[in-house]
Design a protein around this ligand. Structure first.
Ligand code: ACM
Length: 761
């Protein structure tokens, strides 16, 4: 879609920029490996790869690796290497040395004019040495296939270097997953946590329970569109085999006892009270969960786990345990009976009982259980492992008590969060984790006792997909932040250096281009609205989340590598169409921001004889997805509201979105502003009109965050109209945004709510 068109344009620009000699960071000057190796010594000279270069190894596993990398090198620089079992000149020697004093994943890499040698204790170590070799190849093969002479001793700081993907909220194909695994391997990520089940969809074939795929994998969204998909067991085997080739363990998550209503639509007998359940079609957490008081639940879990355990041949297995509303358990006789029998004092202890039984099932398959940190609330068994997501506290408590922990605190490593200004970036979940925040994350908080640090297995970046339904969106969220995660888990914290990481990233971007990865390039931030109004003159200034060159035009053309570089605030006195983009050193550009900067006369205020406070509100019940559709039904009866917030509260149907209270709301009256000024308005409502101008328009798209716009107003009263739809697009509820309109003077930074003293009718 627009990303794709942008990529084509960017590619064309990339080629033209290269001809203009934009500075390209190459390994001619710099060894730029990510994650940065533990020890690296750069020497003079190069090893040249030619058609005569061979991989030299005898071991069968190493020969397989050689074949794998012959293809990678061919793709990267267009040279096809051979393989030899006898040492020859100009060879890349791969060897296992079990006596090497290095960890299981470590390797030694030595390159000189004559040869390259990669030695490790294990094939996995050699694989990582070869990934390092790939990053030492030139990004531009026309510079010659040379590898700088270096000596590297490398091994990771942490065993768990993970990425998680939620395929329940939105389903992603195995081809997409394989594409990501291939890229993750380049950065030595070694765990893929596959979130396969949730309230909004079950995504894996279980032969004993066919309704899980017939029913639980199909979601009818609120807008009647269908979202469905699941992986067959054969597809799972294919992904696991593909990941294994890249030394990535695939850790399945079967989320229990909550996040399970998709199961209940197919098998309602697994709930405490049988109801007409549906695969959840609204984001958020479902209160209907698996019953802890019924033996059928544990038989079901046992059966499912026995099929899954055969598919995922790894020691760890994730059983969820997060966000479990326990009201159904409190009401249930089944649960009360079990609580009495097991002497459990509350429903948190009941969850502990539940998780212990689940862990026993896993143990019978020789699996170690991981659970989200909520399961600490009622106590855990000594062998339970914790994934700490709500913060670091759960992980700290668990590690200090001797449990193994994987750190995934949402504040630092949730990649569904924004990586730049939410008013400028495409829609994401919420939150804010720019590249530097994740890079600087240290998985070992200082509160962990010295002798307990070994319990921190590592860290993982999680991608939840409520607000990400396309392949290119996932890639945009992942890269380059997951590359920062790779470095923070591989490289010891004292060796990390953000500035240096950024410069090494420049060597990585062209490699991501070759793999057609839609990575994030910082957008020009600063103005939060693309429409800027002024009366005399205006200064527009830009910044980016991390340093990158910006270029702009004022002649309605798109900027390119030859356009004016942005170096300081731009002073404007006339109407201007300003187009600005960021440009990476190798010439690839970000999306272009187009700003309409307009000189305006103050809009004259209205001379009103008699007004009363508050706005007129008209409400019509119904499910509308567009304002045009809703406008055909504007009702006659009017209520007065004194405060914008009352637009929700005064309405009988209550505040919560459900199938009964979809509605369209029309507010009309006047807004009074205190001074002659340019005002900025900000709102999540579908439309906000001032005077006769449609100032804010969400264009019927999902309204997750406010939009802004500016207008020059004379002191006094102006016509005001607000339209909003209480609706859901797919599973995206607009009502999660309460009714609000905020304003600020152009000269001020902070917005404030349009209060009751400012509205009239
Ligand atoms: C989670 O984010 N609910 C683990």
């Amino acid at each position: 879609m627009n990303f794709r068109i942008a990529s084509i344009l960017l590619f064309v620009l990339f080629i033209s920029c290269k001809q203009e000699n934009i500075e390209v960071s190459t390994n001619e000057e710099k060894v730029a490996i990510i994650p940065i190796p533990d020890q690296i010594l750069k020497k003079d000279g190069y090893f040249s790869i030619t058609e005569k270069t061979n991989f030299f190894c005898n071991d069968e596993e190493l020969k397989t690796l050689a074949t794998f990398f012959i293809e990678k090198i061919e793709k990267s620089i267009g040279v096809t290497l051979g393989h030899t079992e006898d040492k020859k000149d100009n060879s890349i020697h791969l060897a296992i040395d079990e006596n090497l004093s290095i960890g299981e994943e470590g390797y030694h890499f030595f390159s000189s004019k004559e040869e390259v040698t990669i030695t490790a204790k294990t094939p996995k170590g050699v694989f990582y040495g070869l990934q390092t070799l790939l990053q030492l190849l030139p990004t531009d093969p026309s510079q010659g296939a040379k590898i700088p002479s270096v000596e590297i001793k490398d091994s990771p700081a942490f065993d768990w270097r993970g990425m998680h993907l939620d395929v329940s909220r939105h389903f992603f194909s195995i081809d997409f997953i394989k594409k990501q695994l291939d890229v993750l391997a380049l950065f030595k990520i070694n765990k893929f946590h596959w979130h396969l089940t949730d309230d909004q969809g079950w995504r894996i074939e279980i032969k004993k329970y066919p309704k899980l795929t017939e029913i639980s994998s199909v979601r009818q969204n609120k807008d009647k569109t269908i979202h469905k998909g699941y992986y067959t067991q054969e597809q799972i085997k294919e992904v696991v085999a593909y990941a294994k080739e890249r030394f990535i363990d695939v850790i399945p998550e079967f989320d229990t006892p909550g996040h399970a209503v998709a199961i209940l639509e197919a098998y309602p007998e697994l709930a405490c009270e049988k109801k007409d359940f549906k695969v959840r079609n609204l984001w958020g957490v479902e209160s209907n969960i698996l019953c802890a008081g019924k033996e059928e639940t544990f038989s079901f879990i046992g059966d499912v786990v026995s099929e899954l355990a055969a598919l995922f041949p790894y020691e760890y297995f994730h059983m969820g345990g997060d966000e479990v509303p326990k009201d159904e358990w409190k009401k249930s006789l089944h649960c009360q009976n079990v609580m009495k029998k097991e002497n459990l004092k509350d429903v948190n202890e009941l969850q502990s009982y539940f998780m212990k039984r689940v862990e026993d099932i896993l143990k019978s398959h020789n699996k170690k259980m991981i659970g989200w940190d909520e399961i600490l609330e009622g106590g855990i068994t000594p062998t339970t492992n914790i994934m700490s997501w709500q913060g670091e506290e759960g992980g700290i408590k668990a590690a200090n008590a001797g449990h193994d922990v994987i750190m995934t605190p949402s504040k630092y490593v949730y990649l569904n969060f924004y990586q730049g200004d939410l008013k400028v970036e495409p829609m994401a979940f919420g939150g804010y984790i720019p590249l530097e925040t994740i890079y600087n994350y240290n998985p070992i908080p200082k509160e962990i006792q010295e002798d307990k640090r070994k319990h921190i297995l590592g860290a993982q970046a999680n991608v939840w997909t409520e607000y990400a339904d396309k392949d290119e969106t996932i890639e945009y969220l992942l890269y380059p932040r997951i590359i920062a995660l790779a470095e923070l888990t591989w490289t010891s914290s004292e060796k990390k250096d953000y500035k240096d990481f950024l410069s090494r990233l420049n060597n990585v971007y062209p490699r991501l281009d070759k793999k057609q990865i839609n990575y994030h390039i910082p957008l020009p931030e600063g103005p939060t609205s693309d429409h800027i109004v002024f009366t005399d003159s205006v200064e527009v200034s830009f910044k980016t989340t991390h340093p990158v060159k910006m270029v702009y035009t004022v002649d309605k053309t798109d900027p390119n590598g030859n356009s004016t570089e942005y170096t300081k605030p731009i002073l404007l006195k006339e109407d201007t169409d300003l187009s600005i983009a960021s440009i990476l050193p190798h010439g690839k550009m970000s999306k272009v921001r187009r700003l309409l900067i307009r000189k305006q006369k103050l809009l004259k205020s209205m001379n009103l004889e008699k007004v009363s406070s508050g706005l007129q509100m008209k409400v019509v019940k119904g499910y509308f997805q567009t304002v045009t559709e809703a406008e055909k039904t504007i009702p006659q009866n009017t209520v007065i509201i004194n405060n914008l917030k009352d637009a929700n509260k005064t309405y009988d149907w209550g505040h919560k979105v459900n199938d009964d209270n979809f509605r369209a709301v029309f507010l009309e009256g006047y807004i009074e502003v205190p001074e002659d000024e340019v005002y900025y308005f900000s709102s999540t409502q579908d439309q906000v009109w001032i005077g006769d101008q449609l100032l804010i328009n969400h264009n019927d798209a999902v309204r997750k965050h406010p939009k802004e716009n500016s207008i020059a107003l004379q002191k006094g009263k102006h016509k005001l109209k607000i339209i909003y739809l209480n609706t859901i697009t797919q599973c995206w509820a607009t009502d999660w945004n309460t009714v609000e309109l905020k304003y600020r003077k152009a000269s001020e930074e902070e917005y404030q709510a349009v209060g009751e003293r400012m509205i009239f009718h």
